[in-house]
Design a protein around this ligand. Structure first.
Ligand code: ZN
Length: 782
């Protein structure tokens, strides 16, 4: 009879058919070390032949096991959860007795104590323990949850509850947690790939006292829907808590940490398992998990109902306010350390809420999870609300009103209009024709995008500015520290050259009146304080060696008056051969005077131009003038070759240029001799002078009324320019007579170069040719 029942039990529980059996050596500890391998049988039915095999392995000292769940052999591989099970063991009871009696030693001491008590038990005492176990199983049965199978082992019982075949992993895990708590069962026996003993085989761990495993009860018709079983076990746990005399749930240290549930597939997230906060028994957490539905009750509990609204302008301030709220009080947690609420922790001290400075934080100390949250993130996860709704939830909870000042609303509209207008430069042909030079500038790579981004940053900073005193009364202005803006735009690790280039573009925008520069002393006090702090921090990090580190700009209205001015400045920029690469303060001052230099670079108004630069400028001017006076024209290479700056120790400057290269010691460099024909030095010197020339030439051309142009037939003829000279040359104005010699194509190009706004039709009428010819020539030029 036993054989038939066991066969049925194994086949129903394991696989409705064949299964592998596992053989694990059970000798003393030393022997076990040499026989640690688990032997697996072939897939087989539980038949007489299998039983014979078990006897042979038993004789060799092996215990016989089977795997109730299926889908694989490792915990992660298991996909079929056919039963949940627990292992009640006398040692667990003894341990609980010691702890309940107030044991305070180390886990090792406890272990030794349990072992010695266990081995001193006599038969009657052992049977008494087993009797307690039986009572527990039947108490749960009386509460409407009978077991499917009870297997008696040497020191206790395995109890099984068969599950429907749609059971999910998280349900299995939740059930194991509940059952272990209810039965004070072995915490280790809960893994999906758990091997359990086969009835009617022999337990051999104590070879002097072998024990035959017995199937004590078996009822294949008792089977549970997992979700239903979870609900029923949860009710049992709740009821038992209220009853003192129950044998169930005796060991609070085994209370299940958190239940999980299958989260629905939404917001583009896959189906996945998460903590079920609605069933959590901690303070306000189930209420918080209801989201807005539970909000009024939560406010009542926290005493936050019937309070006046707090008004805030800046969302960042709201965030700061929220972070100061007592997180322990909000969640209703009393203990300092507890099971982390964001993962299924086995450590009762993993979760921790603590105040730091005047703010509160949640920290998990488990390496598996390790979250570190502020109040907003904590609420986001418990409510599972989208980011903005979670924020609204907290605002409502703490009676916070987010308001906008009139100034802020006005500025938002201005920025919005500006951005819309700037976007039109991308496609609006009429606009491009109205402002051809400005269009040319804005269309240089990334420039328009940069200007729009500056507006976006300004928009983001509006709330911060809105709450500053004095802003309301001032003109409509917005500030942003430009270096920070540029770094943000170009991403943290973009190279310094790109930052410099963007910075220069922004300076040119000031020059063109597309932005205003504001001196720090004109800013509200609060902002000046912030700048001070920002500069202090930057100096601490010492990665920036600029003095224009916190230049502040004001967003201006892109109205027609301003754009006319912007177009004029753009025209000036291009007609004077200014470029983004050569634009700087010295050049601006020599072209437009000190006043203009101070408008664009107000923070550098006290700065003197370095002596070296002044002398080099003088020398370049001298060389260019001399060469053009002698033969009417010159070009870069010739100018550079003729520059004489022997007064300056160029070699020392060359050596100095190495000082910023890490690992090169300045002492070594100083003692280094640079030869005149040193190729590196020659190259550096040429490059140095070429840069200075590019910087100085626009002012020279402008002041002397020279021209800069690509060599063409007319110029070659006029000035006798040798054929090997190509590219740009600087030259005197060509006489009327000369222009007559100019061919039509050059004439067209010259006209367009001089004035971008000239239409093709206008050019055609001046030159005396067809419009088609003009458009062909201009196309070739590109
Ligand atoms: Zn955690």
């Amino acid at each position: 009879m036993a054989f038939v029942e066991t066969r049925d039990f194994i086949q129903v529980t394991a696989n409705n058919g064949k299964t592998n059996f596992s053989y694990i050596f059970e000798g003393n500890e030393d022997e076990r070390l040499f026989n640690s391998k688990i032997h697996k049988s072939k897939m087989k039915y539980y038949i007489k032949e299998a039983v014979n095999e078990f006897e042979e392995w038993n004789k060799k000292g092996y215990g016989i096991y089977f795997l109730p769940n299926g889908g694989g052999y490792k915990n992660d591989e298991i996909t079929e959860f056919r039963a949940c099970f627990i292992d009640m063991d006398i040692k667990d009871e003894i341990e609980h007795e010691f702890v309940a009696a107030g044991f305070t030693g180390t886990p090792n001491e406890l272990h030794e104590l349990v072992k010695s008590k266990f081995y001193s038990l006599n038969n009657t005492e052992q049977l008494n323990y087993k009797q307690i176990f039986r009572c527990r199983v039947s108490e749960l049965k009386k509460r409407g949850i009978p077991s499917s199978a009870i297997v008696e082992t040497k020191n206790g019982f395995h109890v099984y509850y068969l599950l429907n075949n749609d059971t999910q992993r998280h349900q299995f895990e939740t059930l194991e947690g509940f059952l272990i708590y209810i039965f004070n069962a072995d915490m280790a026996v809960k893994n999906p790939a758990r091997l359990l003993r086969v009835p009617d085989t022999i337990h051999l761990k104590d070879s002097n006292d072998p024990f035959t495993i017995k199937l004590e009860e078996w009822n294949r018709s008792i089977r549970y829907d997992s979700e239903d079983l979870i609900v029923r076990l949860r009710k049992v746990v709740e009821k038992v808590h209220a009853q003192k005399d129950s044998l169930l749930c005796v060991n609070s240290r085994k209370a299940p940490t958190h239940n999980t549930k299958l989260l629905s597939k939404k917001n583009g997230l896959p189906l996945r398992v998460g903590i079920d906060y609605s069933s959590m028994t901690i303070g306000n957490i189930p209420l918080i998990s209801k989201g807005f539905e539970g909000l009024s009750e939560l406010k009542r509990r926290l005493g936050l109902d019937n309070q006046d609204d707090l008004c805030y302008i800046d969302r960042d301030d709201i965030r700061q306010f929220l972070k100061k709220q007592n997180l322990k009080q909000l969640l209703g947690v009393e203990a300092d350390r507890f099971y982390c609420i964001f993962h299924n922790s086995t450590n009762s001290t993993s979760g921790n809420i603590y105040p730091f400075d005047d703010k509160w934080f949640y920290k998990c100390h488990s390496s598996r999870c390790g979250v570190h949250y502020d109040i907003v993130q904590t609420i986001e996860r418990i409510t599972r609300l989208p980011i903005h709704k979670a924020f609204d939830y907290l605002k409502e909870l703490y009676n916070i009103a987010e308001i906008k000042t009139d100034w802020q609303l006005d500025q938002e509209r201005l920025i919005e209009f500006n951005i819309e207008f700037l976007e039109r430069f991308k496609y609006d042909v009429d606009l491009q024709e109205n402002y051809p030079y400005l269009t040319k500038f804005l269309k240089t790579k990334g420039t328009l995008g940069l200007l729009i981004q500056i507006h976006e940053v300004a928009r983001r900073k509006l709330p911060q500015l809105a709450k500053m005193r004095n802003m309301d009364s001032s003109n409509a202005i917005v500030f942003a520290p430009m270096r920070k803006v540029i770094e943000e735009l170009l991403s943290e690790n973009s190279d310094i050259r790109n930052i410099n280039k963007a910075n220069t573009k922004v300076v040119i925008m000031i020059f063109m009146y597309l932005l205003n520069c504001v001196g720090i002393d004109q800013l509200p006090d609060e902002m000046q304080r912030r700048i001070e702090q920002y500069q202090k921090e930057s100096r601490k990090n010492s990665n920036i060696h600029y003095n224009n580190i916190a230049r502040y700009y004001e967003i201006v209205s892109m109205d027609t008056e301003r754009l006319i001015l912007a177009e004029e400045m753009s025209k000036f920029f291009y007609q004077n051969h200014l470029t983004i690469l050569n634009f700087n303060r010295e050049q601006l001052i020599s072209l437009c005077g000190v006043e203009e230099g101070n408008r664009v670079f107000p923070d550098r108004s006290d700065e003197e131009i370095p002596g070296l630069n002044q002398s080099i400028s003088q020398e370049i001017k001298r060389v260019v003038n001399k060469l053009i006076q002698v033969k009417g024209w010159t070009y870069d290479h010739e100018v550079i070759e003729n520059i004489d700056i022997s007064d300056f120790d160029m070699k020392q400057r060359y050596k100095d240029s190495f000082k910023y290269i890490p690992k090169k010691k300045s002492v070594e460099l100083d003692s280094l001799t640079v030869l005149d024909n040193d190729v590196g030095f020659q190259k550096w010197r040429y490059g140095f002078l070429a840069k200075k020339l590019a910087m100085n030439i626009p002012a020279i051309i402008s002041n002397q009324e020279y021209r800069k142009a690509r060599v063409n037939k007319l110029l070659r003829k006029q000035f006798d320019i040798p054929i090997h000279i190509k590219g740009f040359v600087y030259h005197q104005e060509i006489s009327e007579q000369g222009i007559q010699l100019e061919d039509k194509a050059s004439h067209i190009l010259r006209l367009k170069q001089h004035d971008l706004s000239l239409s093709n039709a206008k050019i055609a009428s001046i030159v005396g040719c067809s419009r088609q010819y003009v458009s062909n020539i201009l196309k070739c030029r590109d």
